[in-house]
Design a protein around this ligand. Structure first.
Ligand code: NAP
Length: 491
């Protein structure tokens, strides 16, 4: 899949709603800068940032100069390229809820209808409808326009449908790019390459060879100034509905007929639709909710979730979720997929662990611990790697089995700067490749699986279990998996 090639893009206008926000400063502007440095942005490619803050363009550029710099490593920074990049950037102060205030944007876009035009919505989801209406009512949507939306897309299926309906009224589905930045990660795409570029794995990739799959997205950070947003959202909506389900889908999907965007997405949605519903007491028995309490890391103590000034005193919002999911299909029947995500966990780790079945009959003494299966461990964070655990005989007189790892560390293999996920995705929007973006029916299917879980939590007033910051979550999450005689991979 050649998604980042060295080709130069068509002339474009990249309109960045939320250009003064955290995501723009930490990820989106650096991503565009890196692509500028690679010579991939055409001379006539401009970035128009939008926010309410009353900057002029030169003040905005100065703000970027002050704030973005710390998110670009010294060895990646080139002062001259940065200054050239800033020349591409313009700023308009607009309140997106007021159509009248779009006039300066219209002025900057005047006479440029033949350019690719991207509206990138890096604003809170409750502003998606306002921006859609604003750009439409201001006559800014052209044939060459695309709109990109940040997650979360809605709060549930009904609100997601409403946003999608509003989008569909003014954009064609082919113009809509729903982003899940996990799909921009190198290792996620490598999963597709691993599965569908090697004949080796396919015969093993099924229920008679795989015992269980574990997917963990653990963050060591807390809510960090996003308490108000997070308290209304929780980990199920913030992480499971999108990132965790997308990883599950890529592990579980059938081989697509081609790498065409719709061929891939047609297979992905079949997995979402085959997820066995977790409804009522089933949802309670197969899920754990947690909330972090004060704790400590080697860097020092950290406060609990309820200590955040923007979080309600008695909040029962989950900062941790563990789930046992099952897929009703010939390939996956009987294979549990354990999903977990949390804030303030022991370390920042994202990994997928495929646990294969044990040998049917062991001829070796098992007293040496040879009781655990082969594993394929795909790590997305902190360093991107693929490891396979196999058993060998340890050197020496005795036959002693010992686990060793076949290790593929992407940094060692490629020895190139690792692309940040957004670099690939932003370029794909400009060049019009939707493979790594979610189609409307995918988003709806993901919410359709998530909503009954949340409904059951409400119906049964399912409490959050406390866990100490800096640990792997509440003990109930261990109990969830140990019911099946398993344990989370925490090596
Ligand atoms: P943020 O720091 O709160 O920034 C919000 C942006 O929206 C600011 O630029 C703000 O501009 C602008 N804005 C708010 N109201 C506006 C209005 N009425 N008119 C025009 N602009 C308005 O949020 P963020 O963290 O960057 O997140 C942006 C989106 O990305 C959200 O949907 C979030 O869920 C999603 N997201 C964020 C992250 C992340 O790491 N931050 C990760 C994944 C997804 P002014 O302040 O100048 O008014």
């Amino acid at each position: 899949m050649n998604l980042i090639s060295n080709e130069t893009l068509q002339p474009f206008d990249f309109v960045l709603f939320g250009g003064t926000g955290d995501l723009a400063i930490r990820k989106l502007i650096p991503a565009l800068y890196f692509r500028h440095c690679e010579g991939q942005l055409p001379d006539d490619g401009q970035i128009i940032s939008i926010g309410r803050t009353g900057y002029g363009t030169s003040e905005y550029r100065q703000m970027l100069d002050d704030k973005v710099r710390e998110h670009i490593e010294d060895k990646e920074f080139d002062a001259q390229s940065w200054q050239e990049f800033l020349e591409r950037v313009h700023y308009c102060s607009i309140d997106v809820t007021s159509v009248a205030s779009y006039a300066p944007l219209a002025e900057l876009l005047k006479g440029r209808d033949d350019h690719v035009r991207v509206f990138y919505l890096s604003v809170a989801p409750d502003l998606f409808n306002a921006v859609t209406h604003g750009v439409h009512a201001s006559g800014l949507i052209t044939e060459n326009s695309r709109v990109t939306l940040e997650k979360p897309l809605g709060r549930d299926q009904a609100t997601a449908e409403q946003i999608n309906d509003n989008l569909a009224a003014v954009f064609k589905e082919s113009q809509i790019y729903r982003i899940d930045h996990y799909l921009g990660k190198e290792t996620v795409q490598n999963l597709l390459a691993l599965r569908f570029g090697n004949a080796l794995f396919e015969p093993l990739w099924r229920n008679d060879r795989i015992n269980d799959v574990q997917i963990t997205i653990a963050e060591s950070l807390g809510v960090e100034g996003r308490g108000a947003f997070y308290d209304e959202t929780g980990a199920l909506r913030d992480m499971v509905q999108n990132h965790l389900l997308q990883l599950l889908v890529i592990i579980a999907m059938e081989p697509p007929a081609s790498i065409d965007p719709d061929a891939v997405r047609d297979e992905k949605i079949k997995v979402l639709r085959a997820l066995k519903p977790l409804v009522g007491i089933d949802a309670i028995e197969n899920s754990v909710r947690g909330q972090y309490k004060a704790g400590a890391y080697s860097s020092g103590p950290v406060p609990g979730y309820l200590d955040d000034k923007d979080v309600a005193d008695e909040s029962n919002t989950e900062t941790f979720v563990a789930l046992k999911a099952e897929i009703g299909s010939w390939r996956w029947e009987g294979v549990p997929f354990y999903l977990r995500t949390g804030k303030r966990m022991e370390s920042k780790t994202t990994e997928i662990v495929i646990n294969f079945k044990k040998v049917p009959h062991s001829i070796f003494d098992t007293a040496d611990g040879f009781n655990t299966p082969n594993q394929l461990i795909i790590r997305l964070q902190p360093q991107e790697s693929i490891r396979m655990r196999i058993y060998v005989k340890a050197w020496g007189d005795d036959i002693q089995l010992q686990p060793v790892y076949l290790n593929l560390d992407f940094n060692d293999v490629f020895q190139k700067r690792k692309l940040i996920a957004y670099e690939r995705l932003l370029l794909d929007v400009i060049r019009g490749n939707p493979t790594l973006f979610m189609r409307r029916d995918e988003v709806a299917a993901a919410w359709a699986w998530i909503d009954p879980i949340r409904a059951a939590w409400e119906q049964y007033q399912y409490p959050t279990r406390g866990y100490t910051a800096g640990t792997w979550g509440p003990s109930a999450a261990n109990a969830l998996i140990s019911k099946d005689g398993l344990r989370w991979n925490e090596d």
